[in-house]
Design a protein around this ligand. Structure first.
Ligand code: IPM
Ligand code: MG
Length: 368
């Protein structure tokens, strides 16, 4: 059997730094677990724009369609703020999501015991938290037409369109129900059915799919604004949350912060199965490119490393090795190692990005 293939797209800002630490884990899997990958690397985002004049070259797009999984760092930076919308770094990422048809974006928010004190919420609110937001990723207001800035009379008008088809809602709902069955068996669907027709359709379709195929799973509905409030008030009431592209973007940043730092949270974006049975897949940290701290060894590589763990689980069916990586992360946090985003408590040991990566590798060694 040939080795599985990975395309690494480190991107901009802290992307390359955190991805360098993921590389250590990938190498470790090959050396110590007989789980070798064929890895290629390419550009996405601002760095691709600098080289090619576009945030994602067609050759890179084609390669992404061929590999077993794509690992992405982060895109964007102030240098690119004034670029035309069509070539902004973020368009590279959105093109990957759209053309690979990665409709189901899993964003777990898990609070590590060692960090429960670090959250801005009270410890008993977040300790033991383990929820997943399933965000629809290829439709909604991110992609709906018409869109643009137009002239209307003597003023400009900015337009984006929230649009969902029944089948788009149904497929992401199914992925949320399937996931819930492997976890706490509860799904909460969030929209704004009180003000948006697309939200009403969302609620109707989720209810229909539930009744027809998943009545064993507990389903509830919440308006997304109330959902945001409940996420702060008592997040442990949730197991799986399923929501649209824009609400999912916002709610997942909020859920991330419950766990202490945005630097901790991984994500998996999954599409339909390829010929080899693996889903089309892209793995990336939830955090952005953090240009303000880039190049200083301050970035937390854990979100990106945990994203690779998700790849092991969802693309390569190696939940055992995924758990090994997650356990290694727990261990270094329990040992008190903290990157700059997690400093503030007494008695912890500040480490750089690469020291954190090395410590996780050492914890992996110790697990054998
Ligand atoms: C995310 C990011 C992206 C999004 C940006 C970088 C396009 O915020 O993945 O959450 O809005 O989806
Ligand atoms: Mg976001």
């Amino acid at each position: 059997m040939p080795n599985p293939t990975l395309l690494i797209l480190p991107g901009d800002g802290i992307g390359p730094e955190v991805m360098a630490e993921v590389r250590k884990i990938i190498t470790w899997m090959g050396d110590k677990r007989d789980l070798a990958f064929d890895v290629s690397e390419d550009l996405v985002g601002g760095c691709a724009y600098d080289k090619h004049g576009v945030p994602l070259h067609d050759d890179t797009m084609a390669r992404a369609q061929e590999v077993d999984a794509v690992l992405l760092g982060a895109v964007g930076g102030p240098k690119y703020d004034d670029l035309d919308f069509s070539v902004k770094p973020e368009r590279g990422l959105l093109r990957l999501r759209k053309e690979m048809d990665l409709f189901s974006n899993l964003r777990p928010a898990q609070c590590f015991d060692a960090l429960a004190d670090f959250s801005s919420l009270k410890k008993d609110v977040v300790a033991g938290l383990d929820i997943v937001i399933v965000r629809e990723l290829t439709s909604g207001v991110y992609f709906g037409e018409p869109r643009g800035i137009f002239k209307e009379g003597n003023e400009r008008v900015g337009i984006n369109t929230q649009r969902y088809t029944e089948s788009e809602i149904a497929r992401v709902a199914r992925s949320a129900f399937e996931l819930a069955r492997k976890r706490g068996n509860k799904v909460c669907s969030m929209e704004k059915a009180n003000v948006m027709e697309s939200g009403q359709l969302w609620r109707d379709v989720v209810t229909e799919i539930h009744a027809a195929e998943y009545s064993d799973v507990e389903l509830s509905h919440m308006y997304a604004d109330a959902g945001a409030m409940q996420l702060c008030r008592w997040p442990k009431q949730f197991d799986v949350i399923v929501t649209d592209n824009l609400f999912g973007d916002m709610l997942s940043d909020m859920a991330a912060m419950l766990t202490g730092s945005l630097g901790m949270l991984p994500s998996a974006s999954l599409g339909v199965p390829m010929d080899n049975g693996r889903p089309k897949a892209l793995y990336e940290p939830v955090h952005g490119s953090a240009p303000d701290i880039a190049g200083q060894g301050k970035a937390n590589p854990i979100a990106c490393i945990l994203s690779f763990a998700m790849a092991l689980r969802y693309s390569f069916d190696r939940g055992d090795e995924a758990e090994r990586v997650e356990q290694a992360v727990e261990t270094v946090l329990a040992d008190g190692l903290r990157t700059a985003d997690l400093l503030g408590e007494e008695g912890v040991t500040p480490v750089s990005t690469s020291e954190m990566g090395d410590a996780i590798v050492a914890a992996l060694d110790a697990s054998l």
